[in-house]
Design a protein around this ligand. Structure first.
Ligand SMILES: Cc1cc2nc3c(=O)[nH]c(=O)nc-3n(C[C@H](O)[C@H](O)[C@H](O)COP(=O)(O)OP(=O)(O)OC[C@H]3O[C@@H](n4cnc5c(N)ncnc54)[C@H](O)[C@@H]3O)c2cc1C
Length: 416
């Protein structure tokens, strides 16, 4: 059954008949005995991979298996910052592809993902950061990514609530990406899920992958909490659980899993319409459409799977931000949560073939993979369909053995 389009007319029609005519956004599916492709993990990256497999390559006999609920991992837990101001060429290429896809994603998916290109600002609060961000702005101009280094006066113009002369670190300027911004995280997952379901793919929730079998070095079967399912190709797209799944398939990944947390304040009147990141003091903030100040900080300093985060991080993050935004000192915090992020040594992702034929892995997005969802799905789908993708070529896992690191510890090692 094909899905009816959402539109202003549909809204009016349903308003006139008590909203009884809306369809399910995606079909409830049970596993078939076999699929051409199975994707493990119904987060943004897994769903986007499935979507572009169908859309760009016509591969539609696909299942996406999710142990919990769709979008319930990091995709539904992040602070939604979207930017592409990375230093290295392969990173700028994939993040900019992603940012560009976000520009028209609502129209493409016929689902409002609320992309808001309100501008992202990374504050320079030391001389070292000034030099670093000027260098990034130069690199970005060669890469075709539009960013600029702006003065403290311009920062104040864009963010009137900022204190430029903080007690420890004055604001010396900022790296500004005017077309960076935010999007609604759940809607990104839901929009891709709806489009996948519309193409006839099965999205199977509450279906945990518990084992992976191969024959003669080729993947054949995944064992799940809903039984065994055969597959031609398998994509592991499970963020913080990538190491666990790789172990089940018989290989190791250079990934560490850490808790990263965020919090929101009580809602207040609009006071800041850009995203501000203060990486020296390690905190960042934006204002949601509901008026909450959305605040994030750093990862725990030890590996864990708690989906909670250590208490002292909240204090450290808020203390740091109060220096730059004194007015938030009087706000009450509403709620806090955490997710398990998948960190690589060079702070760049892995989109790669693996030692087992037919198994592909997409992980290592760490603290910053929400922004990459469309571009990552695009590249992973191409890799799985054709065996090669120009966008993902530099992100193979063999780079750790060969010493070809894509060092983004400055652009991506900060939390966001
Ligand atoms: C607090 C926080 C703030 C962040 N802020 C930002 C930000 O501002 N901007 C940004 O770009 N990024 C941000 N990120 C990072 C971003 O959220 C992630 O990089 C991104 O969402 C990863 O998406 P994913 O699809 O790879 O993983 P997930 O969304 O985590 O999806 C993986 C899915 O795999 C499922 N799974 C795991 N094991 C199994 C199994 N055995 N069987 C079946 N399913 C399984 C999980 O249940 C999960 O749903 C933040 C992350 C956190 C935690």
């Amino acid at each position: 059954m094909s899905t009816r389009r959402y539109s202003a007319f549909a809204l009016a029609r349903e308003a006139l008949r008590d909203h009884l005519g809306w369809q399910r956004a995606w079909a409830k599916a049970s596993p078939k005995p076999r699929y051409d492709v199975i994707i493990v993990g119904a987060g943004g990256h897994g769903l986007a991979t499935a979507y572009y497999l169908g859309k760009n390559f016509g591969i539609r006999n696909v299942a996406v298996l999710e142990k919990g609920w769709l979008g319930g991992g990091n995709t539904g837990r992040n602070t939604t910052i979207i930017r592409s101001n990375y230093l290295q060429d392969p990173s700028a290429a994939i993040y900019e592809k992603s940012r560009a896809l976000y520009e028209t994603l609502s129209q493409e998916l016929n689902y409002n993902v609320m992309f808001s290109p309100r501008g992202v600002m990374m504050l320079a609060q030391t001389e070292h950061e000034v030099r670093g961000y000027k260098r990034t702005a130069h690199a970005n101009s060669i890469q075709g990514v539009t960013t600029e280094f702006i003065s403290p006066e311009r920062v104040k113009e864009l963010v009137p609530i900022i204190e430029l002369k903080g007690p420890r670190y004055p604001v010396l300027g900022a790296l500004w990406q005017a077309r960076g911004g935010t999007a609604r995280h759940d809607a990104v997952a839901w929009g891709y899920a709806r489009a996948c379901s519309d193409m006839g793919m099965d999205i199977i929730q509450n279906c945990e992958v518990t084992g992976i079998r191969s024959e003669g070095g080729q993947v054949t079967v995944v064992e799940t909490s809903k039984g065994e399912i055969g597959c031609g190709k398998l994509g592991l797209v499970v963020a913080g659980h990538s190491g666990v799944l790789a172990q089940k398939a018989g290989f190791r990944l250079p990934i560490e899993s850490l808790a990263l947390q965020a919090l929101v304040s009580e809602p207040i009147k609009p006071c800041m319409d850009v995203v501000v990141m203060a990486n020296t003091v390690h905190g960042y903030m934006s204002q949601s459409d509901k008026g909450e100040m959305v605040i994030g900080g750093g990862t725990d300093a030890f590996n864990n799977y708690t989906q909670r985060g250590s208490f002292h991080h909240i204090e450290e993050t808020v203390r740091a931000l109060v220096e730059t935004f004194p007015m938030i000192s009087r706000l009450k915090m509403l709620r806090q949560w955490g997710g398990i992020v998948d960190m690589t040594g060079d702070r760049s992702p892995i989109i790669s073939k693996t030692p087992v034929d037919g198994i592909f892995v997409n992980c290592g997005w760490g603290t910053g993979g929400f922004k990459a969802i469309p571009g990552s799905g695009w590249a992973m789908a191409e890799l799985m369909a054709k065996g090669h993708s120009p966008l993902s070529a530099a992100f193979g896992m063999e780079r750790f053995r060969e010493g070809r690191f894509i060092d983004e510890s400055v652009a991506a090692g900060v939390a966001h």
